[in-house]
Design a protein around this ligand. Sequence first.
Ligand code: GLN
Length: 242
Amino acid sequence: MSARLRVCALYPELMNIYADRGNITVLRARCEWRGIGFELASASLRDPLDQDAHDLLYLGGGQDRDQIAVAEDMADTKRSALHAAADRGAVVLAVCGGYQLLGHSYQLGEQSLPGVGLVDLHTVREPGPRLIGNCAIEADLGQGPRVIAGFENHGGRTYLGSGERPLGRVLSGHGNNDRDGQEGVRRGNVIGTYLHGPLLPKNVWLADRLIELALGIELDPLPGDGPEDAAHAAAKRAAGVA
Ligand code: GLN
């Protein structure tokens, strides 16, 4: 197979709590084990972003203070390239702090951090406990309903606009705001979620699906892939949905 996945990690040194770089590692492994080429670029503060150069753009989780540095820069220097990339079908995967910056704004007390407006949502740091714990959702990325399991830890509560669809429905845990049973967002190939784990090592099927969506191909399972891998089963068990 001569396909090649071109990945861009956005702000990898700032937006990478909970070892979210493991998501990139899984994408690389799942590609290389199939003979699919894998290229990794990065774009951080003040770097330009080439709207045509990447098939999958990744933004990980971050502490509030890192998000403050990233939000302005991303809105100023990367917003239009991100929109153009999303419009031509590139996958944009954003986790937790990154997810919060996909929408219109993240309200932190008096401060309102700008988002890039790829999706219609906003996030508010409301009074109340952080939403922490194992979480499982049911999501359908075109293959029928599947479980995504991971770990969430966020102070922000996210609210989707009325025309926006969540990534999945909460089976266990808090999800976007602990109220409406929704978790994450999906608009075309733009996906946001609160689930760390990291996300893709715990949900390898999702890594494969993202590669398919990014490249417009169908993948066969790898030798050794069973009906369910051990990490996914363990993540589901931890969330109480096994
Ligand atoms: N700083 C954000 C919050 O607390 C996101 C945290 C994270 O990425 N885990 O809501």
